[in-house]
Design a protein around this ligand. Structure first.
Ligand code: AMP
Ligand code: MN
Ligand code: MN
Length: 356
């Protein structure tokens, strides 16, 4: 049973596509450190737009991680990230995918802000941000932006070829953690089923995305997991990426994908964190939760955002400073929720912390 689109979504999808005209030069972009959803959605949409006579290219604020480069094999010259600013300056339209907030565009923020062209957006985040005006196709109920690109194709009668399907399958597979997370709805699996109907090979995609790792990826994981700290009294657990370890193992931040699932996997943990220095004096925190703990709301208080159970934030300070600030707030947050705090916890943390 192929996916059926509710009439209001079909209308929204058609209204979104009304700005698209054959011959246009369109730049697609996504958040810094692009992930499988951002890149898969971009590649899927590039194929869809090119089939409509639109000259679409990809201009991201940071480079494509090697494990997603297979998506670009049949799109030579489309990944224009290295010349992103130049490309954005000549675009007729910009489409931002997998974020709704200009502040997540890294080195492209100013260029996108200054352009006087429509900035369209397709996204599934709960935290709305600020973007220059343009059409929107946003649904926080979608598991991945890739699911929404599929809906746009359906709404407009654009053929979903095997190339499109492969890219959108990568988007949905990665953002649902392999169809395991709570965002995996019946609808998500219906979209995935339609994608597989085109002949896409799920094992081939699994191998490309998850089983072609550089040796450094498991070695980095081993180092990060050594830092695990658990505070059972709060339902809190965290790991820290040792400074310099990414470079030492010859990998990139993309190779940390999934590491935060390890602290989250511990019995009784309600909030899991991953700390990583992204630059001198700047620290990124990835947050994941179990049950009713809303990490998007927590991240928002520090200028971050994301989804209820998967969010992120960046703060200025040393690793130790940011850890102290965020962990103190996390303990208070979990305690005030009545979640994970079996005792008042105050004054006894030293004994109860177990560091593996
Ligand atoms: P990550 O922890 O990088 O895997 O991201 C988890 C979720 O939080 C994703 O949906 C991200 O888009 C979002 N996110 C991560 N970092 C930030 C940030 N600094 N500001 C807003 N959202 C973020
Ligand atoms: Mn993303
Ligand atoms: Mn996403």
């Amino acid at each position: 049973m192929p996916l059926s689109l509710p009439p209001e979504k079909a209308e929204l999808g058609q209204a979104f596509a009304a700005v698209l005209k054959p011959g246009q030069r369109v730049c697609l972009t996504t958040h810094v450190n692009p992930d499988g959803d951002g890149l898969g959605s971009e590649v899927g949409l590039v194929h869809l737009l090119r089939a409509q006579g639109i000259d679409a290219v990809i201009t991201n604020p940071s480079p494509t991680p090697p494990r997603f480069s297979f998506l670009f094999q049949d799109l030579p010259g489309v990944d224009r990230t290295a010349e992103a600013v130049k490309e954005l300056r000549r675009a007729d339209l910009i489409i931002v995918l997998d974020i709704s907030d200009i502040t997540r565009l890294g080195m492209l923020i100013e260029t996108v802000r200054e352009r006087r062209v429509p900035v369209a957006c397709v996204d599934h985040h709960v935290s709305a941000g600020i973007l220059p005006a343009g059409p929107r196709y946003v649904d926080p109920g979608a598991a991945a932006t890739g699911e929404l690109i599929f809906e746009l194709a359906k709404a407009n009668g654009w053929p979903v070829t095997q190339q499109v399907a492969r890219a959108l399958y990568v988007a949905i597979l990665t953002d649902t953690g392999g169809f395991r997370f709570s965002n995996t709805r019946p609808r998500t699996l219906r979209v995935a089923a339609d994608l597989l109907e085109t002949g896409v090979d799920p094992e081939q995609i699994y191998l490309e995305v998850y089983a072609r790792a550089p040796e450094g990826r498991p070695r980095l994981l081993a180092e990060a997991l050594q830092t695990l700290v658990v505070e059972p009294e709060y339902g809190l657990a965290w790991v820290t990426v040792p400074p310099g370890s990414i470079e030492r193992h010859g990998v990139s931040s993309d190779d940390l994908d999934g590491v935060v699932e390890f602290p989250r996997s511990i019995e009784g943990v309600r909030m899991a964190l991953l700390f990583r220095e992204i630059a001198q004096g700047r620290v990124k925190v990835s947050l994941r939760s179990i049950g009713d703990v809303d990490v998007a709301a927590f991240a928002k208080t520090y200028g971050g955002g994301g989804h209820t159970k998967a969010a992120g934030l960046s703060l200025t300070g040393t690793l130790a400073e940011v850890q102290a600030t965020v962990l103190r707030a996390a303990r208070a947050y979990l305690g005030s929720d009545g979640v994970g705090s079996r005792e008042s916890g105050v004054g006894s943390q030293g004994e109860k912390r177990s560091s593996i």
